[in-house]
Design a protein around this ligand. Structure first.
Ligand code: NDP
Ligand code: 8X3
Length: 252
């Protein structure tokens, strides 16, 4: 029987690329996200290659997650890898101009959603034991401050520390935990962050060479496919053409 991966946010970006990469590697796929039509398209695309189960899921809804896990069909229950990828940034403006609802949406999705899914899958992953993995999508924004990152970056700092803390508690179970922290990657991320501003997205990713969703999918698949005794704690990855910048100084 093939290994089983559950991916949150499989309808776009890293999640969709990871679904395709895991299919190439022969894994059975549990694909989740809010957009049913995209899940159906992906199922149609990949189900010739590997078994695919899809479930419409908003990770903010803890009860819905329990239902999805309880309703996993035979052949999809023994999940070996959980990819906590669903997430978003909103409100690119400075903190003092940001909408409080946007802050709550980021916290509810990137923090509460991620712990909801993790909590529901932990018993299964522990039962799977040696070789099981949780991969959490953090960000360089969880480590490095920049203007307009406010709650988004802070939510990804949570993801990093939660990943490390999980490792401590899961020691002895065989379940591995990894925080993958990408830098700038061209997906729908900036469209979502800017409320659908295609020009802003094109400008950010234009005239340079951002990471592609497939780059991160490759790292996700690589991480969970390493021998069971190897745990990658954190992988920070940037485009070669992205680096840190100088401190900002306010002057008279
Ligand atoms: P995309 O916007 O392309 O994809 C985000 C995915 O998250 C979508 O599939 C979306 O699906 C899903 N999602 C959002 N909110 C929810 C929700 N409430 N419930 C379930 N699914 C949800 O962005 P990326 O692929 O770039 O982002 C994936 C992850 O990577 C995020 O956690 C992001 O923070 C992180 N990241 C992105 C970077 C980048 O530069 N692109 C860099 C570093 C980290 P749907 O709308 O159908 O629910
Ligand atoms: C997204 C990457 O550089 O916009 O997590 O913070 S960045």
């Amino acid at each position: 029987m093939s290994d089983i991966v559950l991916i949150t946010g499989a309808t776009s970006g890293f999640g969709r690329a990871a679904a395709r990469r895991f299919a190439e590697a022969g894994w059975s796929l549990i694909l989740t996200g809010r957009r049913a039509e995209r899940l159906a398209d992906l199922e149609k695309e990949l189900s010739d290659k590997v078994p695919v189960h899809t479930a419409v899921l908003d990770v903010r809804d803890a009860e819905a997650i329990k239902d999805v896990v309880a309703a996993l069909p035979e052949g999809f229950r023994a999940v070996k890898a959980l990819i906590n990828n669903a997430g978003l940034a909103l409100a690119p403006e400075p903190a003092q101009k940001a909408d409080l609802d946007d802050w709550h949406t980021m916290i509810d999705t990137n923090i509460t959603g991620l712990v909801n899914v993790t909590h529901s899958l932990l018993p299964t992953l522990i039962e799977t034991g040696a070789g099981a993995s949780i991969v959490n999508l953090g960000s360089v924004a969880g480590q490095w401050p920049y203007p307009g990152s406010h709650v988004y970056g802070a939510s990804k700092a949570f993801v990093q520390q939660f990943s490390y803390n999980l490792r401590c508690d899961l020691q002895g179970t065989g379940v591995r935990v990894t925080d993958i922290a990408p830098g700038m990657a061209e997906t729908e991320f900036t469209l979502v962050r800017t409320g659908g501003d295609q020009a802003a997205s094109d400008k950010l990713y234009g005239d340079t060479t951002p990471l592609e969703a497939e780059d991160i999918a490759e790292l996700i698949c690589y991480t969970v496919s390493l021998p069971a005794h190897v745990n990658v704690n954190r992988l920070e990855v940037m485009p070669t053409r992205q680096a840190w910048s100088a401190f900002a100084v306010d002057r008279d």
